[in-house]
Ligand binder design. Structure first.
Ligand code: SF4
Length: 465
């Protein structure tokens, strides 16, 4: 749907003062809250504006009525008006002028006039003790009325902690046999939005999801939608850093309270409560309990009045099987662990840098090491010309005719044994005699005919007179 089409279908609302900016902001917020990709925003806008007006029947069980008030007392009534325009709230007692049998007739007429079904919202607990006699509407047990309404509903939405699991009426000492709305859902699609009161943003997002996808959003095993109850409050809390640094409020009004430190020691149940309160907040994002300096009472958790109370009682040690593991100790461990990890990281960085320098030095030395054999070959080269059997003497070692016999290489001396060092040795007397008697050691003709390379004599031999 194009923006122009949306604009056209919003014409009636725009004429009543709803700004296009507010509408687009509402659709964008709902898309984000439902954890949908941004590309779904136009689809959400189209669903909110173009969907047939689905009738809504809002029943009120045993509760204080705070959930209906939470929806109607939002800071931005325009957005809620838009939503209510899409849903056609036909039965909501706190908005109706009729009462008694007249109100009951409206409810029956709504059910009969909705062949495609309607949405049912239940606020408050369902009284079950004494056959439902503790809560009656028009002379009938509320439990029976709720069952009748839910039977024809496209979906049943329980709002608030009392509709979730009975809430306060089901706490220790309760006498009405209170339970959550699930007992009257009758197998219809059911979802529960606990909270005391329900967060209106989550309720609006649930409506939008139904309008957009024609089904209720995915939920956990207790029927709570994952988009709103999938994360621990403690993990999203704005005071979490103070918890990890061991900075706690010790008494109401102390320095920690003024600085916004962690409220764990004051009884905060955020570490055990699942909800998106820190992200969504209440009253269109104005604030939330912990943001206002109060503790979280875990009102979204099952049986929180008993299991999480008293409200200002500090939670037991983090792990009951390790009684000495306190929040202080955990904070110190986290701080120490963070410092240790930082030190380890620094040490590893230094070691890596040293290793890189060493490898770079090796890379620079490697070419010089390859060049070492070259001078060695150059040193050994002078010994080659004195090899008698060398037929291809280099031009610079031409035979010398006047070479003395003593300087000539002996025939019985292998060429390999004629290094320059041998020429430095003084000739032994026996050798001199052999050199003086050629018949005893006749020189080979090959040697005489072969070109005699000029031996490269060391400087010492040349200087020897
Ligand atoms: S204990 Fe409470 S106040 Fe502290 S970080 Fe957790 S949720 Fe926030």
């Amino acid at each position: 749907m194009t923006a122009a089409t949306i604009q056209g279908e919003l014409g009636a609302l725009l004429e009543r003062g709803l700004s296009r900016r507010a509408f687009l902001a509402f659709c964008g917020a709902m898309t984000t809250l439902l954890a949908l990709p941004p590309r779904y925003a136009p689809r959400v806008a189209a669903a909110v504006t173009a969907s047939p007006r689905i009738p809504l029947i809002w029943l009120r069980g045993a509760g204080c009525g705070g959930d209906g008030e939470a929806l109607l007392r939002t800071a931005e009534p325009d957005a809620v008006s838009l939503l209510l325009e899409s849903l056609s709230v036909d039965y909501l007692e706190i908005l109706m002028a009729a009462s008694g049998t007249a109100a009951a007739d409206v409810r029956s007429a709504t059910m009969a006039a909705a062949p495609n079904g309607y949405l049912a919202v239940i606020e408050g607990a369902v009284a079950g003790a004494d056959d439902g006699a503790w809560h009656t509407v028009g002379g009938r047990a509320f439990r029976d009325v709720a069952r009748e309404v839910c039977a024809g509903a496209l979906g049943v939405i329980a709002v608030g902690s009392c509709a979730f699991d009975g809430g306060l009426a089901a706490a220790t000492g309760g006498t009405i046999g209170a339970s959550g709305a699930g007992v009257v859902a009758g197998g219809r699609p059911f979802i529960s939005l606990p909270g005391c009161p329900v967060n209106a943003a989550n309720l609006a997002a649930t409506f939008v999801h139904f309008l957009t996808f024609n089904e209720l959003p995915p939920a956990d095993l207790r029927g709570r939608p994952l988009f709103a109850y999938g994360s621990l409050i403690h993990n999203q809390c704005e005071r979490r850093a103070h918890f990890e640094f061991g900075e706690f409020v010790e008494a109401w009004g102390d320095e920690g309270a003024q600085k916004g430190w962690c409220l764990y020691k004051m009884g905060c149940k955020g570490p055990e409560a699942y909800a998106n309160c820190p992200a969504v907040r209440y009253d269109d994002g104005a604030s939330w309990p912990i943001g206002s300096g109060q503790v979280c009472i875990a009102c979204t958790m099952p049986g929180f009045w008993d299991s999480m109370g008293p409200a200002f009682r500090r939670l037991p040690p983090l792990a009951s099987f390790v009684p000495w593991l306190t929040a202080d100790f955990a904070g110190q461990v986290l701080v120490g662990g963070t410092a240790g990890l930082a030190a380890a990281h620094g040490t590893a960085s230094v070691a890596r840098a040293a290793l890189r320098r060493r490898r770079a030095a090796r890379a620079r030395v490697a070419p010089a090491a390859d060049a070492v054999p070259e001078p060695v070959v150059a040193v050994e080269a002078p010994a080659e010309p004195i090899t008698p059997a060398e037929p291809n003497a280099p031009p610079d070692v031409a035979p010398a005719a006047d070479m003395p016999a003593a300087d000539m290489p002996a025939a019985d001396v292998p060429a390999a044994e004629g290094p320059a060092e041998d020429a430095e040795d003084e000739p032994e007397p026996g050798l001199e005699a052999e050199a003086a008697n050629p018949p005893e050691v006749p020189p080979e003709p090959k040697l005489e005919a072969a070109p005699r390379p000029k031996p490269v004599r060391p400087p010492a031999a040349e200087d020897d007179p």
